[in-house]
Design a protein around this ligand. Sequence first.
Ligand SMILES: Nc1ncnc2c1ncn2[C@@H]1O[C@H](COP(=O)(O)OP(=O)(O)O)[C@@H](O)[C@H]1O
Ligand SMILES: [Mg+2]
Length: 235
Amino acid sequence: MNNLLAARQAPGVLIQVTDLTKSYQTDSGTIYVLKDVNLSIDPGEIVAVMGPSGSGKSTLLFILGIFISPTTGSYLLGGEDVLRLDRNAQAEFRRNRVGFVFQSCDLLENSTVYENLEFPLIYAGVARGERPARIGAALDLVNLGHRIHHSSNRLSGGERQRVAVARALVNQPQVILADEPTGQLDRSHGHQVMDHFVEIVSHSQTSIVVVTHDPEMAARCTRVCSIRDGILYEQ
Ligand SMILES: Nc1ncnc2c1ncn2[C@@H]1O[C@H](COP(=O)(O)OP(=O)(O)O)[C@@H](O)[C@H]1O
Ligand SMILES: [Mg+2]
């Protein structure tokens, strides 16, 4: 696509990815992980990304979360050409705009649930006095208010995953990127997480991209995309 056209964002679009590729050089040659991905997401959309293991789902989410850069292509987030920002500006953008639920949950060990949720607030510069209410509200959303002072080491797998979801919400980000957030949850807790996602987008201009293998979860999203061998298909 023409670069000038690619850089111009349609009004209202929150995420616009154009002709995006990601490849890695390895000893056995070049691995093409993402191939010419085009994706545009409006505020308030919940987009499911489905696909077999190794198809590039996490890589796409990491690029959307500005954790890694694509090899080629453009990525506009809220109209900003984030790939052109320097590292500090990218980190600030991520702290203020993006909530990420990692596939591995990635909680701080030997820390309380409260401390896990306070971490992104400290980084985003939220005043100390404001933090308890924000943390309490995020935990209530995943029905874990009663675990606020628990150590993360003492949580069950499902509770850890819900804390990871609450941590992604606490900053009230514009974009929530969730990598298999219901993978370790039973059906009812999985649906609760989806309920929260649906509620969030109904009250805000937030968009959510969620990787899932569960067709029931995908059916509750506004749109479903699938990835196969690094190629993104809209369903
Ligand atoms: N840093 C890396 N170096 C080389 N290959 C990588 C790297 N990161 C991911 N890959 C490869 O990219 C492909 C897609 O990985 P990933 O995005 O994690 O897939 P998914 O989340 O769909 O399971 C895999 O084949 C993986 O081995
Ligand atoms: Mg993955």
